[in-house]
Design a binder for this molecule. Structure first.
Ligand code: EPU
Length: 357
């Protein structure tokens, strides 16, 4: 069934809480609905939205927003050709990703626990390759089930063909606009596989469970949730789109020049936080934003979140898209001036800023 809403307010459908509207919203509850949609006749542009947790609407959206609200979930135990203990779970694109993580942990299935509490829906997890605490969606994605808007057919794309990278995939680049994700099959396992090496997880786990009981996915899920709650805004209180910027990866030479400059200012022992990525170095954008003095800085209703400066929040609930954009511009320009690095927003900007006339 397709539910149509004209001039639909979107403020409770984007986690940033931008008070914008779209000309038409279509809520689809089954993949078959896609076959009955005449895309050509819809107000343009057409935008497919999941949980609205990684977007910034720049103004009222003049076209159609399609929300695939597909909520089916099916399980295949011990599929042939897979290691013992494997369980394949096909998750409808409209299922809230964290509900899936909670369901998997409750069933004692390993794989999704480090991804707990990431906002958004399952469909978007496969587009964006969400990640946290040393795990990315691609590590557990088996197949992405899609509807091809060009050929009006359904197909299954194996993980290996999606060109997954850091917060990116073919769905965001060469296939942009072509497919609508209908479901994602995740590969979980009954065989314990705790991933604790990402900074902070092991020690937070030891604090919560000092007795070294046998680990369960629920124990790791609860630990990850507690870490996230300490650093990130509570979505029920403060609007945001999670990390606003991607962490930049720079050459080792560039990193060493930054280190040298910082040491000249802060002392010879100072260490710039970083992670090696092959020959390159990833420097946390949060650190650079903090060094540039942006922690807690406000512009109108927009604010750089004091506890995690990688996040921009709608601190008053009434922030305008233009205020978020201005803060974004100031952060990018200061970081570039100080470190010679242009930060790229992780958050997708949708539509355009209304002209002032
Ligand atoms: N840091 C600072 N100052 C701060 C906060 C952090 O200097 O105020 C530095 C610290 O050195 C810290 C480092 O930044 O060690 C990295 O911080 P953190 O581990 O919190 O992760 P992140 O790089 O800021 C990424 C993801 C998050 C994910 C976390 C945990 C991106 C863009 N963001 O953030 O994802 O939860 O790692 O794995 O990669 C999201 O995508 O919305 C999201 C929240």
């Amino acid at each position: 069934m397709i539910e149509r809403k004209e001039n639909c307010p979107l403020h409770d459908r984007n986690t940033f809480g931008m008070k914008v509207k779209c000309r038409l919203l279509l809520e689809l509850d089954s993949p078959q609905d896609l076959l009955s949609l005449d895309m050509e006749s819809l107000p343009k542009p057409v935008f497919v939205m999941g949980g609205g947790s990684n977007l910034l609407f720049l103004g009222d959206f003049p076209g159609t927003v399609i929300h695939p609200s597909f909520k089916s979930l099916s399980i295949q135990e011990s599929p042939s050709g897979y290691p013992e203990g494997t369980v394949l779970v096909k998750v409808g694109a409209g299922i809230v990703f964290d509900d899936f993580c909670g369901w998997a942990a409750d069933k004692g299935l390993w794989g999704a626990e480090n991804l707990s509490l990431i906002p958004g829906e399952a469909g978007a997890s496969a587009v964006q390759n969400i990640g946290a605490y040393g795990v990315e969606a691609k590590d557990i994605i088996e197949t992405v089930h899609v509807f091809d808007k060009n050929t009006r057919t359904f197909s299954d794309i194996p993980c290996g063909e999606c060109a997954y990278g850091y917060r990116t995939s073919n769905f965001k680049t060469v296939w942009k606009g072509r497919f609508i994700v209908t479901a994602v099959t995740f590969r979980l396992s009954r065989v314990p596989a705790p991933k604790l090496d990402y900074g902070g997880v092991r020690s937070a786990l030891a604090e919560r469970y000092p007795s070294e009981e046998e680990l369960t996915p629920s124990m790791i899920r609860e630990t990850v949730i507690s870490i996230r709650r300490k650093k990130l805004p509570d979505p029920s209180e403060t609007g945001s789109a999670g990390s606003f910027f991607c962490n930049p990866v720079i050459s080792r030479e560039h990193f060493l020049s930054i280190l040298e400059k910082e040491r000249a200012e802060k002392g010879a022992d100072y260490m710039v936080p970083h992670y090696d990525v092959g020959d390159m170095v990833k420097v946390p954008a949060a650190w650079m934003i903090e060094q540039c003095g942006f922690k807690g800085v406000r512009h109108g209703g927009a604010q750089v979140y004091p506890k995690q400066p990688l996040v921009i929040v709608n601190s008053t609930g009434d922030a305008l898209p233009s205020e978020i954009l201005e803060l974004e511009r100031r952060v990018i320009s200061s970081v570039n001036e100080r470190y010679g690095i242009v930060l790229h927003p992780e958050v997708e900007h949708v539509g355009s800023v209304p002209s002032e006339t």
